[in-house]
Write a protein that binds this ligand. Sequence first.
Ligand code: GRG
Length: 291
Amino acid sequence: MNFQEKYDSYLNIFNARLESFCRSLECKPEILSESMKYSLQSGGKRIRPVLMLAVAELLGVDAEVVLDYALSLELIHTYSLIHDDLPEMDNDDYRRGKLTNHKVFGAGNAVLAGDALLNTAYSILFDCCKKGREYVDAAGFICDGAGVNGMIAGQSADLYCEANKINDEKWLQYIVKNKTAKLITAAVAAPCVLKGGKYFLEFKQFGEDLGILFQLVDDILDEKGSFDKLGKTIGKDKEENKLTYVSFYGIDESCVIADVIYDRCIKLLDGIEGDTEFLKQIAAFVRHREV
Ligand code: GRG
């Protein structure tokens, strides 16, 4: 199987779970479930669920065991995008080539769609916890990554630096490690927790590096990418004087740093037994992606 076929095979497993979740989702008023499903079903790379399934397979953890964790992670990711796009945050009209949630349903409904996705993710994780100690630990790890010392802290620091015109390397690293890397780390380290901690430290470091690489490339694409491929307005970081890798180091140095971090990802995978080829290909995809 080549990279795309392998990626699609994980994607199909995940999408089947997501579709069954969406079919079972019925809210009153209907606009609540409609707005949740609008963003969940608007495409996206699903890189976090794919990473989780790939690490699970490498560790010999059944896909069925991690699927609900992958679903909860994608729900949390989707809520964060809906809230990030709101006028009071990044104020974006397009996401994945479609109108953003608040443009279709209004800001109030978009806030609630995000809240509902987060709340539902936690309900799914609660159900997973009934299965035993390591399931509780894996759920806790995801919650920590999404929470006040994780993604939300990163987003808060992002707003803080923008409002106070802070241009500082330590803050930049804090933003990226939390806003972007913590959920990606959760995707690759949660299966290790479920496997009793096997390769946990290695995958925690891999997740952090891959997350930083992901954001570095995101920052580069905001300057050099295209709306057609990315499905969102580009050039916004510069327009809003955001603290990003590109604003701090410039494009050329950002590319050099990206190459160094990509090499680090590969070296980390070299230290892990088993077939790490697909994960290496994902790291290459993240480094060279245009979408
Ligand atoms: C609102 C609490 C809160 C957090 C928002 C995720 C986020 C934090 C902001 C979105 C903007 C941004 C640049 C986030 C960094 C992570 C990132 C690049 C998200 C986009 O993820 P992809 O590329 O999206 O995986 P798709 O569309 O493929 O799912």
